[in-house]
Design a protein around this ligand. Structure first.
Ligand SMILES: Cc1ncc(COP(=O)(O)O)c(N)n1
Length: 323
């Protein structure tokens, strides 16, 4: 086993030939964090900022061979998982990661691309929940993919997403399936002052990103106008790759997640809005500066039987968080 001077991180993901998401995004983010990036390709895609027009899965045996090649040779601190095209690949990956006793697994939910393309077979989701979720340390997703994941896993979700309470229910269902930490980013979802999801955002609407560790919700609240138009293709891959890098650097999970969210958010805020989305993706990677200072205090509250919204209202007023 070879030990590198800088910590190493392995990304298991699909290729985005246009360079904004998937393996390409992960390696750029890892480089920005000073972490040595390795890659295991699960699928080739032909895509660009307009959408995806082709997906070709890598044979599960070759996925396993890539994994064995890396994990048997180089000490790897964190594994980041992205696109998993089919259930056979999921099974091979789960078996290989367990055989190599990989501990820090960070998973990005890749079910539907930001352009609306389905990225995996239906059976891959059930296989992921059954074989990978019990070993996942951090599961990171946007709200809609988290909802689709639960929908595909249970066959239905017994509630629609109307408010922050519903988001809380969604997160606790996912947590019960195995991942120790859940990260939900919600740049595209607007809430009104009653913490209800609204399709008609106003100047007072806000977005919520959150972390859940099984006991505590860490809530990050930002004005909706600030970020929803800035989040680009590859944003969630970048957040998850930053979390994986921080864990490889030895940060404890909550710190690793919080720093990653802040760094990617700062980088997004520094991109120029008047350029095309591919230009903003390109800017994103060049603007990532790890340890970017927090732009907003966080609100935390414990999971209790009272409704989350009531808890959130009082937490926010007592911490005097500015919207
Ligand atoms: C290979 C690959 N992996 C992940 C994504 C998701 O990224 P996004 O949701 O930003 O489209 C993607 N488009 N392509």
């Amino acid at each position: 086993m070879k030990f590198l001077k800088s910590p190493a991180c392995l990304s298991i993901a699909g290729s985005d030939c246009s360079g904004s998401a998937g393996i390409q995004a992960d390696l750029k983010v890892m480089q920005a964090y000073g972490v040595y990036g390795m890659s295991v390709l699960t699928a080739l895609t032909s895509q660009n900022s307009k959408g995806i027009d082709g997906i070709y899965s890598v044979h599960p045996l070759l996925i396993q061979r890539q994994l064995d090649a890396c994990l048997s040779d180089i000490e790897c601190h964190t594994v980041k998982i992205g696109m998993l095209p089919d259930s056979k690949s999921v099974l091979r990956i789960a078996e290989t990661l367990q055989r190599h006793q990989v501990k820090n697994i960070v998973m990005d939910s890749v079910i539907i691309s930001s352009a609306g393309h389905i990225m995996c077979e239906r059976t891959a989701i059930a296989a992921t929940i059954k074989h990978l979720f019990p070993h996942v340390l951090v599961y990171s997703s946007n709200i809609m993919e988290a909802y689709v994941l639960v929908q595909r896993a249970l066959g239905h979700v017994p509630f629609a997403l109307h408010s922050f309470d519903d988001i809380q229910k969604l997160v606790t269902i996912i947590h019960k399936a195995g991942p120790k930490f859940i990260v939900l980013n919600g740049y595209h979802v607007a809430y009104n002052e009653n913490f209800e999801i609204t399709s008609m955002p106003t100047a007072n609407s806000f977005t919520i990103n959150l972390i859940f560790d099984g006991k505590t919700f860490y809530v990050f609240q930002k004005p909706y106008d600030l970020l929803h138009s800035k989040a680009v293709h590859g944003t969630s891959c970048s957040i998850t790759a930053a979390i994986a890098s921080n864990l490889a650097l030895g940060k404890p999970p909550i710190e690793a997640i919080q720093e990653a969210m802040q760094s990617i958010e700062c980088a997004l805020l520094n991109t120029q809005e008047d350029t095309s989305s591919i230009n903003r993706s390109a800017q994103l990677f060049s603007k990532i500066k790890p340890s970017c200072s927090p732009s907003n205090p966080i609100v935390t509250f414990h999971l209790r039987s009272s409704t989350a919204t009531t808890e959130l209202h009082s937490s926010i007023s007592s911490s005097k968080t500015k919207l």
